[in-house]
Design a protein around this ligand. Structure first.
Ligand code: ZN
Length: 303
């Protein structure tokens, strides 16, 4: 019994509205799971610690933790501020640190972004399988892209912030100035859910019959897709998140990406209609926690 449970992984998917916590066996089977509402760290962290303490008493010792979190957060393991929230506007979270919850367990852990975690989940068990270089983009209340190489997330001095590139803003068809507090009409300011509601009063899902609006938003997202191809040459692009569920949007993204690239990149990876190259996610809501478990395994492997 002891040997069977010696490799339990504690996993945390930290989101803006909820934390999903899980305890998993080495084969990925989840033996305990909880949802904790996101409040201030002073309110959430004791609940997190209690869940892992109690589930560990029931199922066995925890060997490592993986955390896939909202940000901005320091994910550089060599940084003194590793695991610390940096400039997040979320009240109480700036300066909060996962070490405060996890250090008392005395086991290794890895902290990465939510989008990198979801990318890893899709790489291992979903739509990213077999893609040595994988770009996973989520378009929901915000926009973010994670790029993996051989199942490891890539970064520079910090995690990537590709949601804030500037697409070609069609100011005639779309005079909306964008809502990003830093850049106005960056990609996030133009295509994330709140910006769509601000300018049209409805979600893109509810506007699916309006082909011009789908094409406009698809064009902005395609600017990112084309930039991802040019900068990273990924084997596949996955686009997920609430906004991407609008009918017809992924088809518009494929069409507009082809137009942007204009035949410049020729490679068997890019099929004629980009139907196997630009795809939706396969794991749905479980991508994040699946990725967090995988990050825990990385913590064990890197120990
Ligand atoms: Zn921005």
């Amino acid at each position: 019994m002891q040997s069977q449970n010696s490799g339990l992984i504690g996993a945390i998917e930290a989101g803006g509205t909820k934390f999903i916590c899980a305890l998993a066996q080495s084969d990925g089977t989840i033996v305990a799971r909880a949802r904790i509402d996101t409040r201030t760290p002073a309110e959430c962290f004791p609940d997190l610690a209690a869940f892992f303490r109690e589930s560990s008493e029931a199922h066995g010792p925890i060997a490592a933790f993986g955390v896939a979190s909202f940000g901005p957060i320091d994910i550089d393991p060599t940084s003194p501020a590793y695991g610390t929230f940096t400039t997040t506007p979320k009240p109480g979270w700036q300066g909060a640190r996962f070490h405060d919850v996890l250090d008392p367990f005395g086991v290794p852990f890895v902290v990465d972004t939510d989008v990198n975690g979801a990318a890893l989940g899709e790489y291992l068990h979903g739509a990213g399988q077999g893609a040595r270089t994988l770009a996973y983009t989520t378009i929901g209340t915000g926009v973010g892209t994670g790029v993996l190489r051989d199942g490891r997330s890539m970064m520079g001095f910090s995690h990537y912030e590709m949601g804030h590139i500037h697409p070609n803003h069609d100011r005639v068809a779309d005079p909306f100035p964008g809502w990003c507090p830093y850049h106005g009409d960056c990609l996030e300011g133009l295509v994330a859910g709140p910006g769509i509601i601000k300018r049209w009063g409805k979600s893109l899902d509810q506007l699916a019959g309006d082909a011009d609006k789908i094409e406009l938003i698809g064009g902005y997202i395609a600017d990112l897709a084309a930039d991802l191809v040019l900068m990273h040459m990924p084997d596949r692009l996955i686009f997920g998140g609430g906004v991407m569920k609008a009918p017809g949007l992924i088809e518009a993204v494929r069409r507009r990406t082809l137009a942007r690239l204009n035949g410049y990149i020729r490679h068997p990876r890019l099929d004629a209609g980009l139907e196997t190259y630009i795809v939706g996610p396969a794991l749905g809501d479980d991508a994040g926690i699946t990725g967090a478990i995988a990050l825990g395994h990385q913590a064990l492997a890197d120990r």
